[in-house]
Design a protein around this ligand. Structure first.
Ligand code: CA
Length: 224
């Protein structure tokens, strides 16, 4: 297993590298953001350990960039402070896990092992179906470059449809993922909200993306 360590503080970097090598991992080490992006994109690392505070591009920028350019390598971020903002920003940038400095080396190794067990999957922060785009961080929706204003519930419904694009979803599946129990008794609520969404997302555009699958449910797709 090959690991990339991105850390500009030599002492910490050397400590991590030595420890991981003792565990049998192959370790490459870089000390700045630009080099980190080059390395991350040129080799298929099994895990990338990424410090946030770096000269040049910081860890958030590095993570966003490698994700944008298709890397699905698991990223473990090192944060200097136990700040919620840092953790949220890191996870939103595409990191899979984080560790707060100072950390026990045993915990670092345990987290690396846990990441190695996970199936690889990039969870994009921007969902797309045809020319419809939805940003899951800001909840901003747009189609054909035009901004679409959604209520919280419309957003939740659209996000669920888009995360499962091209798949037929039953009304029950949709209701269970988008509404809490208080609403489940309103049996036609899914149809009502699908209608609201269609007005905003499909009425002025072609092709129609929200499709009714007779006898089954709904799906969102840009294929007929
Ligand atoms: Ca640093």
């Amino acid at each position: 297993m090959r690991i990339l360590v991105v850390e500009d503080e030599d002492k910490i970097a050397a400590f991590i590298k030595k420890g991981l090598e003792e565990e049998g991992y192959a370790v490459d080490m870089v000390g700045d953001g630009e080099t980190a992006i080059d390395y991350a994109l040129s080799a298929d690392y099994d895990v990338i350990i990424l410090d946030i505070m770096l000269p040049g591009n910081d860890g958030f920028a590095v993570c966003r960039e490698i994700r944008a350019r298709g890397s699905s390598a698991p990223v473990l971020m090192l944060t200097a402070r136990d700040a919620v903002d840092d953790r949220v920003q890191g996870l939103d940038a595409g990191a899979d896990d984080y560790l707060v400095k100072p950390f026990a080396f045993r915990e670092l190794v345990a987290r690396v092992r846990a990441l190695l067990r996970r199936p690889r999957e990039v969870v994009p922060s921007r969902l797309k179906v045809g020319d419809l785009a939805l940003d899951v961080r800001t909840h901003a929706a747009e189609r054909g470059g035009r901004k679409i204003v959604l209520t919280a519930r419309e957003y939740a419904l659209l996000e669920f449809l888009m995360r499962n694009k091209n798949q037929v979803l039953t009304r029950t599946q949709i209701a269970e993922h988008v509404w809490d129990y208080d609403f489940l008794s309103e049996s036609n609520i899914v149809d009502v909200y699908i209608r609201y969404l269609r007005v905003k997302v499909d009425a002025d555009f072609e092709p129609k993306l929200i499709q009714t699958v007779r006898g089954a449910g709904y799906k969102i797709s840009d294929q007929a």
